[in-house]
Design a protein around this ligand. Structure first.
Ligand code: UDP
Ligand code: MG
Length: 316
């Protein structure tokens, strides 16, 4: 087995406290993997500074000066975790056989990288890090996070359960990823669409090594809504079917109104008002749903996602 030139891509936003600790652990893992012949000695860590307001970039410069296997890029301003990660993966594309993405706080057990590289050597092109337990997350974080996975699935967004952005991607998978040019980035949705051979590695999630979470509930909620609206038009279809359902319910309403009218239990004007409110309401929803169907077609076209990728061919 040939050693792998590995890039470990770490998005960093205000991580001056965590980064020195994390870099040391990651370098230690690289050292051990190099000794075991799993990775090449020039495998490296790529820190992507996401427009931090603290001294994260200075810390990266110091780490680079001390060991040039710690490399860095710095975004001009804060664009969010997904974009910082993409910037790193795109930078690594020409300089690695495989890239692992991991958060700077090392909440995702870095030891799993070793298993990921082994799975890559066995032929997996995408290796997902899957959390086997989240005991150290607060109960609130756990319940809301699981709720989001379920809600996303219900809305037709297929993601890997309990997998965040901790994963290994082969160079080929990185190239395929670069064919997705959309601006609303939700990597957890895109990567399962790439296809290729995948594997899972489980690990247990720990506490942050230092600093505090940059993902409060409000950010998680908007991240989840972004994910759903970047991948599926199912909510629009719900509107259409709700309209159809109400149109059927109109029959029952109409019966009730007419019976009340004929047995004299209704005031003047009430029957016509009731019938028109229900009937027009359902027509408006149906019309909105139809307009939405066209908008969802535009949405898919505008993304210009690759329509297929050829995995193997026998053409010679
Ligand atoms: N992060 C980033 N840009 C942001 C917010 C976060 O690059 O705008 C990075 C952050 O430095 C960390 C990762 O994304 O490496 C995950 O953030 P965090 O650990 O705060 O999220 P949590 O684990 O609490 O969901
Ligand atoms: Mg974290």
């Amino acid at each position: 087995m040939r050693p792998v030139k590995l890039a470990i891509v770490v998005p960093c936003y205000n991580e001056e406290e965590a980064l020195p600790i994390s870099a040391r652990s990651l370098l230690d893992i690289l050292d051990r993997m190099t000794v075991d012949g799993l990775t090449t000695p020039d495998s490296y860590i790529l820190c992507c500074n996401d427009g931090s307001r603290d001294n994260t970039w200075q810390v990266i410069e110091q780490l680079h000066a001390a060991d040039n296997r710690v490399k860095g890029i710095s975004l001009a301003h804060n664009r969010g975790h997904q974009y910082a990660l993409l910037a790193g993966l795109k930078t690594a594309i020409d300089h690695c056989d495989a890239a692992v993405s991991i958060d700077a706080d090392l909440q995702d057990d870095p030891e799993a990288i070793i298993e990921m590289v082994k799975a890559f050597n066995k032929g997996a092109e995408i290796v997902y890090g899957v959390r086997s337990s989240r005991e150290t997350d607060t109960r609130f974080k756990r319940v809301t996070a699981h709720g989001f996975y379920r809600f996303q699935k219900m809305m037709g967004l297929d993601t890997v359960f309990d997998h965040a952005d901790y994963r290994l991607m082969s160079n080929r998978a990185l190239v395929l990823l670069s064919h997705y040019r959309e601006s609303n980035l939700f990597l957890r949705g895109i990567i399962p669409q790439i296809g290729l051979t995948t594997a899972n590695v489980t690990y247990s999630r720990a506490r942050r090594v230092a600093g505090e979470s940059k993902y409060p509930l409000s950010k998680m909620l908007s991240f989840s809504i972004d994910g759903i609206t970047s991948f599926t038009a199912r909510p629009i279809r719900f509107i259409f079917f709700l309209g159809l359902f109400l149109l059927v319910a109109d029959i029952a309403v109409a019966l009730y109104v007419l019976i009340s009218y004929f047995i004299g239990h209704s005031d003047a004007g009430w029957p016509s008002l009731m019938l028109s409110v229900w009937f027009l309401g359902s027509l408006i929803l149906i019309a909105l749903g139809i307009v939405g169907e066209y908008i969802s077609k535009i949405f898919v076209e505008v993304k210009g996602r690759p329509r297929f990728e050829i995995a193997e061919s026998l053409l010679d």
